[in-house]
Every structure is written in structure tokens, then in C-alpha cells.
Write a protein that binds this ligand. Structure first.
Ligand SMILES: Cc1cc2nc3c(=O)[nH]c(=O)nc-3n(C[C@H](O)[C@H](O)[C@H](O)COP(=O)(O)OP(=O)(O)OC[C@H]3O[C@@H](n4cnc5c(N)ncnc54)[C@H](O)[C@@H]3O)c2cc1C
Length: 576
């Protein structure tokens, strides 16, 4: 692909030009859903690259939401003002079915998360501020779908899933308090039963989409300390009698990025709410909401990496310095090659996460093993892809030179938006501890090895193409080392575990992702004799596990071999 044909990322359709996404559509969506959904993806690819991105720029710079706490007579109204463009983005975004398709009957077959996440990704390339409310609405719907009473499902699900803006209820998830976000057990907000409703009193320190129509809110129902005493509540903004619920928005956060979403501090003053499920199971229910938001953070981050790559590729194919086009310098090629390798590896990991989500929650195979595997994958993907998106946004910014630092270009916004992904929905350290906790639980329950290790061993044993055997052997060695490291760490004391949790997380994610890349590469070799993914898998393994292959004295320059095929080896995308 000759990226110099485009003026910038807005000149291409983000679906039509993303051959990695298209490959995964063909591989993992049923033919029926491909036929039904491809036009929708192409439409969103054009829309996100066009009007949505233009509005996102405006919202970020001039049109951020504003708190209207009082009306002109001094009455407390607690409303949030949004600019017109953002409102249009909200309407079009939800109209796409990104939340709704899962709950609709007028579809050819049940629509998996795998499809709605593609819509989410296309939007995330433009406006992660908006995809936050999308994610939160999806999470609230999912919790009601799984744990709500029949009455709650009938009352709320059709409206959370509505694709017409006039019927839509937007969702939000309120956990974090000033005492702690990761430490959910520190929550102080209290819930007191009052007839058949509950009254919630306390403060929420971070509340994104703070004026949402319906939130799920954690509050303490008993004096049992920690997460055990927490219940989960549905808290509407407007009560059934049309009066506003007693929720004050103290102020909006002045944030580094994702400025389109109103993240506020809330005061709940005996706010009315209804309980979901059983009183002391709130944390368990909220964990399912977190699974949705971690999945969306992971895929949204991958989309930001893709945007960073696209902008960087276009710029470096057009800009000259010292008499050469930037893209002809090996150092520049190396950065683009690394970005693309990370994106392909990210897809191999994210695909397993999305498929795992569907296996458990769309296809009804919610076994203990599948749930365990899914939780591991969600943490790994959220961790790896969010960290990568920050790196890629920074790399794109640098490749733009001075312009990259200037707000008229997308790179500063990308970097600012990407940075939140490593923090919200569980910071990176917490993701690493989560993985360790799950592995420990598996070990304690007597399963000889983690389900992920069994899967890795099996997948590797099925890699038999001669082109991949050497690479597979290298990963197998790493897998064995990883197994020993894991066993050691699980038997170590808490301090040692904490010290090494992130190293283990990195290693586990590196090895698992490499194996998935090999699996995908083998499919391409077998089905279309396409070697591109095999070359990427080999480079990924060399870069990660045997850096000497490309050391200075190795006399090998990886881009000489790989740049054309990996970075440019696609058919031309149409100008949009
Ligand atoms: C823009 C934005 C929007 C948000 N929106 C919402 C929302 O809508 N709803 C909501 O409930 N929350 C929201 N949050 C809160 C967010 O989820 C929390 O900030 C996040 O979970 C981290 O919690 P914390 O801020 O209390 O940090 P802490 O938990 O205090 O963590 C601080 C640092 O310490 C590290 N750390 C903590 N414990 C350990 C440990 N045991 N070992 C090693 N390291 C550790 C963490 O990794 C982190 O790096 C939002 C945050 C932001 C920035």
C-alpha cells in the first residue's frame, strides 16, 4: 500500500483500509454475519474517519462538557452541557447498534461481542471520550442481563439497548471513592433499606458519564468489612415521578484526555435505588461490568494503536528530510515495522479475548474453566494493549516531528486519550496482581496447571508447518521457563509476588500472544499460502525472545527483509 496517496488518516475509510480487521472478520465471523455486517462496518469506518473525528477534535479543544450546577435562580440542577456535535456523535454512535444489536431480535443470528466490538473499535479510533459512555451502557445492560430480576430486565434492557436516541437510557458504573479505586473494599457509601427501595448516601470520587440515566452503584449494605459487605444498586437519575434523584454533581474533573465524557464527583444524598440480585453479592456482579469495560479498554486501545500507525505511516510516506522521504530511512521503517508487529500481535490476543467472551456469554458455555481463561485474557489484553497504545501514540507523535506536538494534529490528543487506558478499569499493576490471583486460585483448586498453560501447550503442538517449526520450538522453550517461573512465584511470599507480578504478566502475555500469532500464521499459510503473518510471527519471536538475531554485529537489518511485506503488503485502499 502506498500511504503517500492520502493526506492524513481522515482520507481513508478505517474499515476498508484495515486489512488486519478485515482478516479477522473473515476468520471469525460467520458467513451470515459477514454478509449482514460488512456494510455496517464500512459505514462506521467512513463515519468515524469523517464527522466523528472532526467533532472529537472540537470537543477536545473547545467543546468539553460543562457542569451546570445551578439555574439562574440559584436552584441546584446538576446538569451537564454538551456541544451539539457531541450530541450528534452520541445519537449516531448508539444508532450503530454497538450496544443494541446484542439484544435485538431482528438479526439473522445472535450478534456476538466480536461484532459489536468492531464497531466500538472503529469509533475508538476517533473518540474514546464517547466510547466510554458506550462501554458503560454496555456494562450496565450486561449486568442486568445476567443478574437483574425479570422485572428489571423488562423495564431497563430495551431502553439501554435502544438504537433510537429518544428511547435510549445511557449507563454508568460508580465504584471509585476517594479512599480507593483499586481497593474496592474501602468503599464507604452506605445503602439503607426503606420499604421496597434503598437510599444511598456517600460520595463517588470518579464517576464517568456522571449524568447518565441509569447507573450501577456499589454501596455498603452491612458492616461486614471489605468487598463482602457491598451491594450493587440500579440508581436512576430521574425518578419515576419525574423528579430528579438526589444526586449532586460536585464538579467535573479537569482531565488530561478523554475530555468528551463528563467525569464528575458525586454526592449521593439518600439517592433512591433498587437492589440487583442479593444484597452482599454486589462486588461479584460489578466484576462482570468490569469484564465488559476491560474488554472495551483493550479493543479501544488497539484501535488507538491502529490510528497512531495509520497517521504515522501516511506522514512518513509524504514528508522528506535530507533529500529522502522519511519512510526510506531504516530507523523510521523500524518504528513502523514494530508498530505493525504489535498491532498484529494485539489482534491475535484480542481475538481470543473476544471469542472467549462470546463463548461464555453469547454461546452459553460458561464453565469454570472458560470463565477462568476469560478473566486471564481480559487482564492480559487490557494490560498489554493499553500500554502499547501509549507507546504507539508517542511513536507517532515523534515521527511527526514538531507538528506532532501541536494540537492541530491528532497526535497530542491520541497520546492524551491513550494514557487513561493504563489507569481506568484497573491500572496495570492491578491487572498483573489479578492474573497472579487467578493463577493462585487455579493452583489451590488442584488443577495441575493453569488452563492457559494447557491451551498454550496444545496450540503449540499443532503448529507443524515447516516455515514455523523453528519459531515454535523457541516459544516452547519460553513456555517451559514461564511455567517454572509461575510455579516459583505462586509459592513465594506476598512481597516477592508483588515485586515480580508485572514481570510475570509480561512474560505470560508475550508467550501466549506469540503462540496465538503462530496459530493465525499457520492458518494463512494453509488457506491462502500467505506468508505475511508467518514473517511477523518470526520477527515477533526474535524481537521478544532472541534479540541477538538482529544485534548490531549480526549484520542483519530486519526492515530490509520485512518492511515492504509487513508494513506495505496490502492492496491499495480507496481514497475516502
Ligand atoms: C478519567 C477517569 C475516569 C474514571 N471513571 C470512573 C468511573 O466512571 N467509575 C469509577 O468507579 N471509577 C472511575 N475512575 C477511577 C479509576 O477506575 C481508578 O482511578 C482506578 O481504578 C485506580 O484507582 P485509584 O485512583 O484509587 O488508584 P490506586 O488504587 O490508589 O492506585 C494508585 C497506584 O498504585 C498502584 N497500586 C495499588 N495497589 C497496589 C498494589 N497492591 N500493588 C502494587 N501497586 C498497587 C496502582 O496500580 C496505581 O498505579 C476513573 C478514572 C479516571 C482517570
Amino acid at each position: 500500500m502506498d500511504y503517500s496517496r492520502f493526506t492524513d488518516g481522515n482520507a481513508v475509510n478505517w474499515y476498508e483500509s484495515d486489512f488486519t480487521m478485515k482478516r479477522y472478520v473473515q476468520r471469525y465471523l460467520s458467513p451470515t454475519l459477514q454478509k449482514w455486517g460488512e456494510d455496517q462496518l464500512a459505514h462506521m469506518g467512513a463515519y468515524a474517519a469523517g464527522p466523528m473525528d472532526e467533532r472529537a477534535r472540537h470537543t477536545d479543544r473547545e467543546g468539553a462538557p460543562k457542569l451546570l450546577r445551578y439555574d439562574r435562580l440559584g436552584n441546584e440542577i446538576n446538569e451537564v452541557w454538551y456541544n451539539e456535535g457531541y450530541r450528534a456523535t452520541v445519537a449516531e454512535g448508539f444508532r450503530s447498534g454497538v450496544v443494541g444489536w446484542r439484544y435485538r431480535k431482528d438479526v439473522p443470528e445472535p450478534v456476538p461481542f466480536f461484532f459489536t466490538q468492531l464497531l466500538h473499535m472503529l469509533m475508538s479510533g476517533a473518540e474514546t471520550g464517547f466510547t466510554c459512555p458506550v462501554t458503560l451502557t454496555m456494562a450496565v445492560a450486561f449486568v442486568i442481563e445476567k443478574f437483574g430480576s425479570e422485572e428489571q430486565k423488562a423495564k431497563y434492557l430495551p431502553r439501554l439497548a435502544a438504537m433510537e436516541p429518544e428511547n435510549l437510557l445511557q449507563g454508568a458504573t460508580f465504584l471509585t471513592e476517594i479512599e480507593g479505586g483499586s481497593d474496592v473494599g474501602a468503599i464507604q457509601t452506605r445503602a439503607v433499606k426503606d420499604g421496597d427501595r434503598w437510599l444511598l448516601t456517600g460520595e463517588k470520587w470518579f464517576a464517568s458519564n456522571c449524568d447518565a440515566d441509569l447507573s450501577i452503584t456499589l454501596a455498603r449494605v452491612s458492616d461486614v468489612p471489605g468487598t463482602k459487605g457491598l451491594g450493587l444498586f440500579l440508581m436512576p437519575r430521574i425518578l419515576e415521578n419525574g423528579v430528579k434523584n438526589r444526586i449532586a454533581i460536585r464538579r467535573l474533573k479537569d482531565k488530561l484526555g478523554v475530555r468528551a465524557v463528563a467525569s464528575g464527583e458525586l454526592e449521593l444524598r439518600e439517592a433512591e435505588a433498587e437492589l440487583i440480585g442479593e444484597p452482599e453479592k454486589g462486588f461479584k456482579y460489578m466484576a462482570e461490568a468490569l469484564n465488559i469495560s476491560r474488554m472495551c479498554t483493550a479493543t479501544g486501545s488497539l484501535a488507538m494503536s491502529r490510528r497512531a500507525f495509520l497517521e504515522a505511516a501516511i506522514h512518513t510516506f509524504r514528508r522528506s528530510a535530507f533529500g529522502n522521504t522519511l519512510k526510506d530511512y531504516p530507523m523510521v521503517q523500524q518504528t513502523l515495522l514494530d508498530m505493525m508487529t504489535d498491532i498484529e500481535a494485539g489482534w491475535a490476543l484480542a481475538a481470543q479475548m473476544m471469542l472467549g467472551m462470546d463463548r461464555c456469554h453469547t454461546e452459553g458455555q460458561e464453565t469454570v474453566e472458560e470463565i477462568t481463561r476469560l478473566r486471564l485474557l481480559l487482564s492480559m489484553a487490557k494490560y498489554r494493549l493499553s500500554e502499547n497504545s501509549v507507546l504507539h501514540a508517542k511513536q507517532a507523535l515523534e515521527l511527526f516531528g514538531g507538528n506532532g506536538y501541536i494540537e492541530e494534529f491528532v497526535t497530542p490528543r491520541l497520546l492524551r486519550d491513550a494514557q487513561v487506558s493504563t489507569v481506568w478499569e484497573g491500572p496495570s499493576n492491578i491487572m498483573a496482581l489479578e492474573v497472579l490471583k487467578i493463577l493462585a486460585r487455579e493452583a489451590a483448586h488442584g488443577s495441575g496447571e493453569s488452563i492457559l498453560f494447557t491451551e498454550m501447550k496444545k496450540t503449540l503442538s499443532e503448529v507443524d508447518r515447516p516455515e514455523l517449526v523453528d519459531v515454535a520450538q523457541c516459544i516452547e522453550q519460553e513456555r517451559k521457563e514461564l511455567f517454572l517461573d509461575t510455579r516459583y512465584l505462586l509459592s513465594a511470599d506476598e512481597r516477592v509476588q508483588n515485586a515480580h507480578a508485572r514481570t510475570l504478566m509480561d512474560k505470560l502475555t508475550d508467550v501466549y500472544t506469540g503462540i496465538q500469532l503462530l496459530k493465525e500464521a499457520q492458518v494463512d499459510l494453509a488457506e491462502s499460502k500467505d506468508e505475511r503473518l508467518a514473517r511477523i510471527a518470526e520477527y515477533y519471536v526474535d524481537r521478544t525472545f532472541r534479540p541477538n538475531v538482529h544485534s548490531i554485529r549480526s549484520k542483519s537489518i530486519p526492515v530490509d527483509d520485512l518492511f515492504e511485506q509487513v508494513v506495505c503488503g496490502f492492496q491499495e485502499a480507496p481514497i475516502h
